[in-house]
Design a protein around this ligand. Structure first.
Ligand code: UD1
Ligand code: CA
Length: 466
């Protein structure tokens, strides 16, 4: 079987300077979502029909040669014709079985596509198409049936009033159980005498009927799978549907979503049993959260890992790794390369990047920790900053803090710098050189002067002068 994905269109209704297939759908581009589902079908070949922004879309293909250019977008029928002519020229040997789908229907699952192919074969039909029933069929082609057989598809713009009330719609997915030459013949016979002056792929149904071929349809139960993204409202709907699909799966595996409608979860995200996800969380990419955790409210996690029994509150995690029994937030910003080992904690208004924080260590408040290695049982006082950037050389330096070190509030650790185990850094100290001796007090502070009665004296002088 070969697969043809139609993706050449200008996406006028999407109103974007970027091809709609390149827009984000829960952390992956729409085209990636489509190709992921298609890969599972193990086709002999998958060909993308490209035109509008060809180079940009082509860059997203796994195999950069798997495309055919449709120079002028003359309609979906013309798009398939261009693809099949391209394929036929390269390999004129007998090819049978063509699955056609569109790049703008990313919610379709490989299971449904397999079912479509199977049902077409079982029904001994030459064309099998995917349909569904929806209450608001606007914009979709309507299915004209005669019992089990499909006689035609009428586009919204060409439909009569009585056809417009039909609720069974065309998903834009077709399986042709015919040799490629025959499909080519049909496509060449298409006319563009319709409202949009386009060569409609949907007119192949009438062609097949006239040629004496049976056309059947598989009506998808879950109509959300068929959602075609034509405009921004459709994109929002697709994001919502894809996320809700994953949330339902996770609920069945024992995850609590306190307010599922306010939460977005990517299909590839994994969450363990008895974890509670509070409202307004966005969980994207290959994020893995263990069991018995609490996440949120208001947290964003992308490509991050969280162990078991950890808590993440009002925080932003990107490519961060959190161990077991850890606590993050509220209001922590954990950037790529952040690693919290078991029992570590990071509190409010703390930014961390490219840093390992070992077991039992804490960065509780108001700190920036970058390019650092913080060993076990360390406490970083409020307002501590690792000055990791040398503004002259442009280099980033490393801060290494030994076991059990206590860093006093408002200290600056000027990297590269090392502090031996067990040391104490006095509050307000700037540490700009390595300290090798364990258990030392590190203090850089001017002598404190207390001038007794000074305030009163000053105030008195001031009032006697006026
Ligand atoms: C199409 C179907 C409609 C169906 C709907 C399902 C036709 C005529 N209509 O309508 O029956 O209900 O999909 O979502 O087929 N494309 C090309 N080259 C072209 C034109 C389009 O590659 O010359 C591609 C587009 O990039 C898109 C796909 O074909 O990925 C479908 O085109 P689109 O304009 O979105 O068709 P719809 O109006 O949605
Ligand atoms: Ca469409």
């Amino acid at each position: 079987m070969i697969i043809v994905v139609l993706a050449a269109g200008k996406s006028t209704r999407f109103k974007s300077s970027k091809h709609k297939a390149l827009h984000d759908l829960l952390g992956k581009k729409i085209i990636q979502r489509v190709s992921q589902a298609l890969e599972k079908l193990n086709p002999a070949k998958t060909i993308y029909v490209l035109g509008h922004q060809l180079n940009e879309v082509r860059a997203e293909l796994k195999n950069k040669e798997d495309f055919v250019e449709q120079k002028e977008q003359l309609g979906t029928g013309h798009a398939l014709l261009t693809a099949l002519e391209g394929i036929y020229q390269k390999s004129p040997e007998k090819l049978q079985g063509i699955l056609v789908t569109c790049v703008d229907t990313p919610l379709l699952t490989s299971q449904t596509l397999e079912k479509l192919i199977e049902s077409t074969k079982t029904n001994k039909a030459k064309i099998g198409l995917l349909t569904t029933q929806i209450n608001n069929p606007n914009d979709y082609g309507r299915i004209i049936r005669d019992g089990q057989k499909v006689k035609a598809i009428v586009e919204e713009k060409d439909a009569s009033e009585s056809q417009k009330v039909i609720k069974e719609i065309n998903a834009g997915v077709y399986y042709f159980d015919l040799p490629i030459e025959e499909v080519l013949q049909g496509l060449k016979s298409l006319k563009n005498n319709n409202q949009q002056k386009e060569y409609y792929l949907t007119d192949m149904i009438e062609w097949a009927n006239q040629a004496g071929h049976t056309v059947t349809a598989l009506c998808a139960e879950d109509s959300s799978e068929v959602l075609g993204i034509n405009n921004r409202a459709d994109l929002a709907e697709a994001i919502e549907q894809m996320s809700q699909r994953r949330i339902k799966e996770l609920q069945s595996e024992g995850v609590t979503f306190v307010n599922p409608n306010s939460t977005l979860v990517a299909p590839e995200a994994v969450i363990g049993q008895d974890t509670i996800v509070y409202p307004n969380c966005i969980i994207l990419g290959n994020t893995e959260i263990g069991s018995n955790c609490t996440v949120g409210p208001n947290s964003f996690l992308q490509d991050s890992k969280v162990g078991n029994n950890s808590s993440i509150k009002y925080s932003h995690l990107l490519e961060a790794k959190i161990g077991n029994n850890c606590s993050v937030g509220p209001f922590a910003n954990l950037r790529p390369g952040t690693k919290l080992l078991d029992e570590a904690s990071v509190g409010d208004f703390v930014e961390i990047k490219n840093t390992t924080i070992a077991s039992g260590s804490k960065v509780p408040h108001l700190s920036y920790i970058g390019d650092a290695e913080i060993n076990e049982e360390v406490n970083i006082g409020a307002g501590t900053i690792t000055a990791n950037y040398n503004a002259i050389t442009g280099e980033k330096g490393k801060t290494i803090i030994g076991k059990g070190v206590k860093v006093g509030s408002n200290s600056v650790l000027v990297a590269p710098v090392k502090i031996a185990d067990g040391c104490m850094v006095a509050a307000g100290t700037v540490v700009a050189e390595d300290v090798y001796d364990k258990d030392s007090l590190i203090i850089a502070r001017n002598e404190l002067r207390v001038k007794k009665g000074w305030v009163k004296e000053k105030s008195k002088n001031l009032s006697s002068n006026t």
